[in-house]
Design a protein around this ligand. Structure first.
Ligand SMILES: *[C@@H]1O[C@H](CO)[C@@H](O)[C@H](O)[C@H]1NC(C)=O
Ligand SMILES: *[C@@H]1O[C@H](CO)[C@@H](O)[C@H](O)[C@H]1NC(C)=O
Length: 446
């Protein structure tokens, strides 16, 4: 199109300059943005209500005053005590056989909303309980979750978060080298509260799910562990059904895993059996029997000098008598990571393209184990000789060993009173313990 000639003709007919300018602007917009916007529309109309935040949105943490912190601490304690399950009027009460999907949430609302959109499209999602475990309390996050109508859900809140302990352990403590003041000290702990929170939260959340819910004592269901930057495929629960039958060919303890990096051409109808190791910590799933074994070996998680919960869990498994701990994994991941993309939206678009022409919901599923002439391939993973560091502080070890504070909680009749004594108890308790660190060498601790 000869734009110059067009504008010239318009001008001699008396069309004002600004009209021409607007026209050009419109054509430019249509050319470069409109097709992409249309293409981006992979969110079905009835799920648009869950998409509120655009790619530029960043939830900036707000610094709280100490009065606000104690108020928030008691709100959180009350919510964790009440443990309300929503949407039971529609989907019935949770039983000890219900599958639980638990999502660890920090502050990435943009990605979380696309995870919710993907969950809404999972077939049979109405049969599960979704648990959102938050390390950051914010009305916008809670509101987004509260909109869910497609299944039962509940929200729990990690009570030893950086938000509640901004200037002291388990947050950033004055005794940490990475303390808020930034001054170098001679004796300081090399821990960084911003990095230790994730491993603590994972452990606390698993303990909470398997011990503190009304049906925990008799719980026989499967728990699938997710994070806010995950994206699930519609046949997640369809595959779970096959994988639950795996004890027919794989007796003894094992894990299920739904995640691994995506690659082209992976079979949707294959399950692979191999020994477990990260990165198969994405979309991990297991039941209470395995959790009890893990919890019984908690020292190998809590004292292992590594910030990653996945490698700490691997360290637990290597202490099990029945080794290696096997996993049954979907060859084609059903849980994909959105963190490798610039935004949740970009991830969703790419994943939609990956799924074009593929066949989900396989009817026949095969489980395969890789053997060579020397026996099973990858029968035992090489374990790192030691952890990657960042987790050597005795205070972190002790908090981790007693995540639900079962030894410090008194009676819980009066929620408000318990809350306050609870928080002060913990702080007092751990500050005292922290002093021990100073005259202990790191070697003694691990
Ligand atoms: C957990 O799964 C295993 C099979 O992997 C099964 O033998 C065990 O009974 C299950 N535990 C519970 C509590 O359902
Ligand atoms: C650590 O040092 C403090 C004083 O610096 C001392 O009171 C305490 O007994 C020591 N603790 C241990 C375990 O040695």
């Amino acid at each position: 199109m000869n734009l110059k000639a067009l504008i010239y003709r318009a001008r001699i007919r008396g069309v004002p300059v600004y009209c021409c300018f607007l026209c050009v602007l419109y054509l430019f917009y249509k050319q470069f943005f409109y097709p992409r916007l249309q293409h981006a529309d992979c969110v079905p109309k009835h799920l648009h209500q869950y998409v509120e935040y655009n790619e530029k949105f960043i939830l900036v943490p707000r610094e709280l005053q100490s009065a606000e912190i104690s108020e928030l601490a008691s709100t959180i304690a009350a919510l964790n005590y009440e443990r309300t399950v929503f949407q039971t009027h529609k989907y019935g009460t949770v039983t000890s056989k219900t599958t639980i999907l638990v999502v660890q949430v920090h502050r990435d609302l943009e990605r979380l909303q696309y995870l919710i959109v993907s969950l809404a499209q999972v077939r049979e999602i109405e049969s599960v309980l979704l648990v959102f475990s938050h390390s950051y309390y914010d009305d916008r996050i809670n509101k987004l979750v509260s909109k869910i109508t497609f299944c039962r859900f509940m929200q729990i809140f990690y009570p030893y978060s950086l938000q509640l302990y901004p200037n002291k352990f388990p947050g950033i403590d004055p005794d940490d080298c990475a303390s808020a003041t930034g001054r170098r000290k001679t004796f300081c702990s090399s821990r960084d509260g911003r990095l230790t929170e994730h491993k603590h939260h994972w452990w606390w959340k698993a303990s909470f799910i398997f011990n503190n819910l009304d049906w925990s004592a008799t719980f026989k269901g499967t728990v699938i562990f997710l994070q806010e930057d995950d994206y699930v495929l519609p046949d997640l629960l369809h595959m779970l059904r096959y994988m639950r039958r795996s004890h027919a060919y794989l007796p003894g303890l094992h894990l299920l895993s739904f995640g691994r990096p995506h690659a082209k051409g992976l079979d949707f109808d294959l399950l692979s059996v191999s020994s477990w190791h990260p990165p198969f910590d994405k979309g991990l799933a297991f039941n209470k029997s395995l959790w009890q074994k893990i919890a019984a070996a908690s020292v190998y998680y809590c004292l292992y000098d590594d910030l990653s919960w996945g490698y700490s869990l691997l360290n637990v498994f290597r202490k099990f008598k029945e080794r290696p701990v096997d996993m049954v994994a979907t060859l084609m991941p059903r849980v994909l990571s959105t963190s490798v993309f610039p935004s949740g939206r970009a991830a969703m678009q790419q994943i939609a393209l990956w799924l074009v022409g593929t066949s989900m919901f396989p009817v026949n599923v095969k489980a395969v184990i890789l053997y060579s002439s020397n026996g099973r391939v990858n029968a035992e993973v090489k374990h790192p000789p030691r952890g990657n560091g960042g987790w050597s502080d005795l205070r972190d070890h002790l908090l981790c060993l007693d995540p639900l504070m079962s030894t410090t909680i008194g009676n819980a009749n009066d929620i408000t009173a318990t809350t306050f004594s609870l928080t002060t108890n913990i702080v007092a308790h751990y500050i005292t313990v922290g002093q021990h660190k100073m005259n202990k060498s790191d070697a003694d601790l691990t």
